[in-house]
Design a protein around this ligand. Structure first.
Ligand code: PMP
Ligand code: GLN
Length: 411
């Protein structure tokens, strides 16, 4: 066993996705839509696989030309920088591989990487496997006020600055955030950007939920702030963008001088991503480019549809006494379980944290799958955040109704 695999063996998705399946639970756990992607990308995919032979063969290794051109055209205006499709973009097997390539290519042994918590769990093993050291800074609920929204969780500029050392190489964060739903505000992004520029740090920004914001919250790309394009790797996901998580098309976008190192990892590992899926995502972006800002745009329709589901889940949770933190963006809502009295006497889980035990109980005894939120925190902070569980609301109304039935019966 190689040393880099030691201590990173536990994985919350492996564990809880299996448990949800074993107990045939109503699944608000793993984050994926249980409804179909929009017709236009499904049709593009079908047309691609039923067309000529080229869609069944390799395409350009660093990204199908039609996709990188489509992404460059779409995002140049948003980032405020003329993106070179062939230099500044790397297409990857989902956002996961974009993150993996970023850590492998840009983090060295001895480098410190600051991770803003709660964080998508794979950042930690990816830093460790690259030989780096992860340093954590949590978002914390604002003191003294009733915390109702993900916007009430804030990052302390002093705390973040205090973690920077001469070995710090990068700051990693995710907006809209999984699991909290926080959409970082302009001032917060500017604070992170100022520190990155002052200390000459890289910034890895995971923006897979970029189109999903609610109640007027606005997603801003940190790469669009002055001085940030050349030091930011922005990670995106076709799966999250077009509700097709199984296609596993993702990308990293940034200055060619950084992306070129990530290409080395890519060319010597995966080399290439599925052609037809890239073609379909490319056509999806071409359509969205034409319709951008109009009501027909999927980037407007999807959040509008999810807005109702979000409200439906929130009112259900409230009515059974599980106080939700209203997310400003993303797929998920977390809820406070500290006031719920349940009998967690299952001996087999007695050494686990409270939220892990609670979620296991909920799956096994009530048939409802969710995800424990302490999985998104480092060991040093997880005890402070083990009274929340995460619900995914990107589900058919019938799935949400089934979850509601379970919650109402039990409470
Ligand atoms: N980052 C975040 C914050 C996620 O929630 C996910 C899960 N979709 C990923 C990255 C990985 O995305 P993909 O499925 O495109 O690999
Ligand atoms: N991003 C999704 C989630 O947070 C799925 C992650 C996974 O299956 N590895 O639930």
């Amino acid at each position: 066993q190689a040393r880099r695999t030691v201590g990173v063996d536990k994985n919350v998705w492996v564990e809880f996705t299996q448990l949800a399946a074993d107990y045939k639970a109503v699944n608000l756990g793993q984050g994926f839509p249980d409804f179909s992607p929009p017709k236009f990308v499904q049709e593009a995919f079908c047309k691609a696989v039923s067309g000529g032979p080229s869609m069944h063969q390799y395409t350009r290794g660093f990204g199908h030309p039609r996709l990188v051109k489509g992404l460059a055209k779409f995002f140049s205006g948003i980032v405020g920088h003329e993106i070179d499709p062939f230099e500044d973009i790397l297409v990857t097997v989902g956002a996961y591989q974009a993150l993996f390539c970023a850590f492998q290519a840009l983090i060295d042994k001895g480098d410190e990487v600051i991770i803003v918590e709660p964080f998508f769990d794979c950042y930690q093993p990816m830093v460790l496997m690259a030989g780096g050291t992860a340093v954590y800074v949590p978002l914390r609920p604002k003191e003294g006020s009733t915390v109702l929204s993900s916007g009430d969780w804030v990052l302390s500029a002093e705390e973040l600055a205090s973690k920077i050392t001469p070995n710090t190489k990068a700051i990693v964060f995710n907006t809209p955030n999984n699991p909290l739903g926080k959409v970082f505000k302009m001032e917060e992004l500017q604070m992170i950007a100022d520190l990155c520029i002052k200390h000459d740090l890289l910034c890895f920004c995971d923006e897979v939920y970029e189109w999903l914001t609610y109640d007027g919250a606005k997603h801003v790309k940190i790469a669009s702030l002055p001085g940030m394009w050349e030091r930011t790797i922005t990670v995106g996901s076709g799966g999250k963008t077009f509700s097709a998580t199984g296609w596993k098309v993702g990308w990293a976008m940034g200055s060619g001088s950084l992306i070129k190192h990530m290409k080395i990892i890519h060319q010597n590992s995966v080399y290439h991503c599925a052609t037809a899926a890239q073609e379909a995502v490319a056509q999806g972006f071409e359509r969205e480019h034409e319709l951008f800002g109009t009501p027909e745009s999927y980037f407007q329709q999807l959040p509008a549809m999810l807005q109702n589901k979000r409200l439906k889940l929130a009112s259900c949770l409230q009515s059974v006494g599980l106080q939700p933190i209203m997310p400003e963006g993303g797929y998920f809502m977390i809820a406070d379980i500290s006031s719920v009295k349940v009998d967690l006497s299952d001996e087999s889980t007695k050494n686990e944290s409270y939220d892990f035990r609670f979620v296991k109980w909920l799956i096994k005894e009530k048939g409802l799958a969710t995800i424990p939120v302490s999985a998104f925190f480092s060991a040093e902070h997880s005890k402070d955040f083990d009274k929340y569980i995460r619900f995914c609301f990107v589900k058919e109304d019938s799935t949400l109704d089934a979850a509601e039935d379970i919650l109402r019966k039990w409470s």
